[in-house]
Design a protein around this ligand. Structure first.
Ligand code: NDP
Length: 506
């Protein structure tokens, strides 16, 4: 690992000293530590090899190719997974088409709903298994997979099951029709949840799906495929093709796919938009972000600190809507940053399966390198770097929670999506300046406002160019609420009634 990752580095030592000199290390004050509380791995049995899920069955790729998936917290190999080739993509799209024309498309919505409800219930029944598997394959803390990812994934299936027989009342005309086969490509930051975001509305609307999970996190999508079998979903309605970016590119470009849904980087989103331009395919893109979390001087500081921490350190900052730019009113900036440092000193980083862990592993070496490189650029450009005292595990991919102060708008760490546990702090004096700075980004996915004044919340929400604005909270998700961005954060909405539009011929 590179030196500036925080593992016993100068930055970490400086952080330790800062906390000590402020007399604010709660770990020290507390004088005791949490005993390990590991969740058992026993509930999950990980196979040595996994196949593609096509036409309701698991099987190897036609050319027999496989790739490994590892535990990013330990670098331990977990399994080998089938690597789909062009022939597998052809087959998956063909069976999805057949299932669409013969079974799923003509099926009454009330019948489709029963399958979705069944999937939702099985997800709940097997939630511990999913939570453990997701933590192992992704590196995120078990308390997040257990309390956020898995319940929300089930909630999406429940929510869209409710719409399946009510599409004519969704506001898209008296008889909205599905589109056909949906090609869906998802990232590694919320593997199961993103699969649910994609599959649930598509299926409710009567489409069939070919889903491509991220190369580094294929296992929960494959377990979801097993759930589809268990729910006796008709063969071909959901197909899961594992592999790298080329598989995603082949799925979206396939002439048999009529709807493309993508979540991931802006760069790949642009490549997909170019690849399918002129094809008539319907496209939704949910891309990156560089959200402003704006704290005014009248904000309730305790809550704001929790919101800032949740905004950027939840899921190691691997969140497209992360509050990665903290804009804090100058008059309270010093106080807020001091309090934030005290709070960060209490976060526990380590074993993702430990129920006390707040910050888990970075998902891949590639992502760790990116975070490391951008953080180094922050220091080189003159921002002040701080991390709490934090011992990083010897194996695996880890990055200490990091706060940059003295950040200016031109710094790379204020402009580029870092997608890691790194917060850039900027200040403002007036509400107008806050709005100008918040909107000074090519992205427009989300934003947060912290203030006691309701009128200011409404004013800010109107002025900020962001698809989602949270007020006195952050990173709250609900299947009934639409989510999506402006500008380079993409277009189209997922979730809620709006999320159905992407999967209907309207
Ligand atoms: P990508 O955008 O590359 O990956 C997202 C998904 O797209 C993955 O399934 C990926 O496959 C697939 N993919 C890659 N290339 C293509 C292509 N040409 N056509 C179709 N599908 C493709 O994100 P990365 O994982 O590389 O992360 C890079 C950066 O993107 C991060 O550092 C972060 O800044 C941002 N990001 C943003 C996310 C968001 O939710 N907004 C989510 C993930 C990343 P494979 O996994 O095999 O590469």
């Amino acid at each position: 690992m590179a030196d500036d990752s925080g593992r016993g580095t100068a930055a970490a030592r400086r952080g330790a000293e800062a906390v000590r000199s402020a007399g604010s290390s709660l770990t020290t004050e507390r004088g005791w530590e949490y005993a390990p509380a590991p969740e058992s791995r026993e509930i999950v049995s990980i196979a040595d090899e996994y196949g593609l899920f096509v036409n309701g069955e698991f099987g190897p790729a036609m050319n027999g190719a496989t790739f490994p998936t590892i535990n990013p917290a330990t670098e331990e190999p977990l399994a080998r997974v089938a690597l789909a080739g062009p022939a597998d993509v052809d087959r998956a799209v063909a069976v999805a088409r057949t299932a669409y024309e013969r079974v799923w498309g003509p099926m009454p919505g009330s019948e489709r709903a029963k399958y979705l409800y069944r999937i939702a219930r099985i997800l709940q029944e097997r939630s511990r298994e999913f939570a453990v598997l997701e933590s192992i394959d992704n590196g995120k803390p078990i308390k997040e997979t257990r309390d956020v990812d898995i319940p929300l994934a089930a909630a999406h299936f429940f929510y869209y099951a409710g719409w399946a027989d009510k599409l004519e009342y969704a506001g898209f005309g008296p008889a909205p029709r599905p589109i056909g086969v949906a090609g869906q490509v998802i990232p590694w930051n919320f593997p199961l949840l993103m699969a649910a975001w994609k599959l649930a509305p598509a299926l409710a609307a009567g489409n069939t799906c070919v889903l491509k999970p991220a190369e580094t996190t294929p296992l929960s999508a494959l377990l979801l495929a097993e759930v589809c079998q268990q729910a006796e979903l008709p063969p071909g309605v959901v197909n899961v093709l594992t592999g790298a970016g080329e598989v995603g590119a082949a799925v979206v470009a396939h002439p048999g796919v009529h709807k493309v849904a993508f979540t991931g980087s802006t760069e790949v989103g642009i490549a997909i938009a170019e690849a399918i331009a002129g094809s008539g395919k319907k496209l939704t893109l949910e891309l990156g972000g560089k959200a402003a979390n704006v704290v005014f001087d009248d904000a309730p500081v305790d809550q704001a600190i929790e919101g800032i921490v949740n905004g950027i350190f939840f899921n190691q900052g691997h969140v497209c809507c992360a509050g990665s730019r903290l804009l804090v009113q100058e008059s309270v900036a010093e106080h807020v940053v001091d309090r934030l440092r005290q709070r960060l000193a209490t976060l526990r980083l380590g074993d993702p399966l430990d129920k006390n862990t707040d910050i888990g592993a970075i998902n891949s070496r590639q992502q760790l390198d990116k975070i490391t490189e951008l953080s180094a650029a922050g220091e080189a450009e003159g921002a002040r770097r701080w991390s709490p005292p934090c011992e990083l595990p010897k194996k695996g991919f880890w990055f200490a929670p990091t706060v940059f102060t003295g950040v200016s708008q031109s710094h790379r760490i204020a402009r580029e999506e870092i997608f890691g546990p790194v917060l850039s702090v900027l200040t403002f004096r007036t509400p107008d300046e806050a709005v100008t700075k918040a909107n000074n980004t090519q992205y427009g996915l989300s934003a947060g406002v912290w203030t006691e004044k309701g009128s200011r919340i409404l004013w800010m929400a109107q002025k900020m160019r962001a698809g989602v604005v949270w007020a006195n909270t952050y990173n709250r998700f609900d299947p009934a609420s639409p989510f999506g961005g402006y500008r380079e954060s993409g277009f189209g909405r997922e979730g809620g009634r709006h999320g159905l539009a992407a999967y209907l011929d309207v």
